[in-house]
Design a binder for this molecule. Structure first.
Ligand SMILES: [Fe+2]
Ligand SMILES: [Fe+2]
Length: 252
């Protein structure tokens, strides 16, 4: 499989053919990794575990972002609400599968998740209104695509089922990115000129210690300045486009 084909984002940041296939049932996923985990040497096992734990926690934290968004005194468009709801369902599905994999492979039931408490205060300035939130979320999803890709070699140690599934997760994240951009173009076209400044504020906020906010969960070593700069550049470029790119209808 072409590793870069999994998210179908071209070099300009346009999603060519998102395939949100992590939505189908993957009943055997957790069971399928067990023999592969057993076959890892100690170094590989301990290298993989923090990556997966990070994924479990990050995907789990999506619920806190939803709660925070709707706790704010902001008006949201119907388009935003629709995309947010679909996004939340996907992230919950990602969380559950990562959790099941960690449980099956490492015997960790992830009960520690119940202790997580978000702190959005350092990010408050990025949640001014729907437009700024969409810019933040588009950037974050694109950075996530790059991070999952960067770890593919690690995930691939867990067998073919997990290998295919994680590429489906990447496709979901690319789809989220394209949907957030799409709402910006449809609902906030008059503000596209503010895109560069909005993305600059997001990029500048990278480095804030992560506190269960879902967005900017970038403490892991896989996230580099190169990934941040690339995501910021691509989103800024996309917002500056005069002609909206064709984004395929992927509604099921
Ligand atoms: Fe996700
Ligand atoms: Fe996502």
């Amino acid at each position: 499989m072409n590793l870069l084909s999994s998210s179908k984002i071209d070099s300009s940041g346009t999603v060519l053919a998102p395939v949100p296939s992590a939505r189908r049932e993957w009943d055997d996923l957790a069971r399928s990794v067990v023999p592969f985990v057993a076959g890892l040497d100690e170094g590989q096992r301990s290298a993989l575990r923090p990556i997966l734990i990070e994924d479990v926690a990050s995907e789990y934290d999506a619920r806190f972002l939803t709660d925070y968004l709707y706790s704010l005194d902001l008006e949201y468009t119907a388009a935003f609400r629709t995309v947010e709801a679909a996004w939340a369902v996907d992230e919950e599905r990602h969380y559950r599968k990562f959790r099941d994999v960690v449980c099956a492979g490492w015997g960790d039931d992830c009960a520690w998740l119940a202790d997580r408490e978000p702190d959005f205060r350092p990010l408050e300035h990025l949640f001014e209104d729907e437009f700024s939130i969409l810019v933040l979320c588009a950037y974050d999803e694109l950075a996530t695509v790059r991070a999952y890709r960067a770890n593919l070699e690690q995930y691939d140690r867990l067998g073919p089922e997990l290998s295919v599934w994680v590429r489906a997760v990447i496709a979901d994240e690319a789809w989220h990115y394209s949907r957030f951009l799409d709402v910006i173009r449809r609902e906030h076209a008059h503000r596209l000129g503010e895109g560069t400044e909005a993305i600059r504020r997001v990029r500048e906020t990278e480095g804030v210690a992560y506190a269960a906010t879902f967005v900017l969960d970038h403490d892991d070593a896989v996230f580099t300045d190169e990934i941040f700069d690339h995501a910021a550049r691509i989103v800024a470029r996309q917002l500056a486009r005069e002609v909206p790119p064709v984004v395929p209808d992927t509604e099921e």
